[in-house]
Design a binder for this molecule. Sequence first.
Ligand code: SF4
Ligand code: SF4
Length: 189
Amino acid sequence: MTIKIKKQPAAESLIRIVEKRADVSLSKCYQCKKCSVGCPVAGQTESPPSEIIRRLQLGAGDELLQTDLIWTCLSCETCYARCPNEINFAAVIDALRSIALEKGVAKPEGNPPLFNRLFLNTVKTFGRAYDLQMIALFKIRTGNIMADTEKFPTMIKKGKMALLPPSGADKRKVRRIFDRLPENKGTEK
Ligand code: SF4
Ligand code: SF4
């Protein structure tokens, strides 16, 4: 009897996908933890930067996409600046974010992906961020209309938030940047 075995291509591991998208080599990491020590949000997350890298090195799969640092990272690049091996961990987080969005991984509390999209939408529309519109839409979409509204009068009085949309930006130039994105995934149509 002849047994036929259909060859299936092996699924690409998460670490290889991340390395390609972030253009980094995570095998260079020797766990000195300088990135985690400098990270401003590491104390509030379940896995700090060095641990995320270690988990990837050890073969973590899609369960890593649930980790909260993906959405609490501020993209400040302190981790990158401190790394003796010049590993751009902020780019690793960007790669994990895009993979999580593509795979439709459950949104964390507070819905940072929605916040990010609305932020980019205002930049795309006005050429600069327009906080008031972004926050209003975020509140409507999340149904959390009254949260933190007591802070608005003080912010407006101190000039921390403008009532009118920003002007003066080169909107066409900004629009061209968005149009160049492969699938314009960051913004809502
Ligand atoms: S870029 Fe993100 S992970 Fe890196 S130090 Fe800043 S907040 Fe932490
Ligand atoms: S600073 Fe660089 S080498 Fe050290 S743990 Fe972080 S990523 Fe790894």
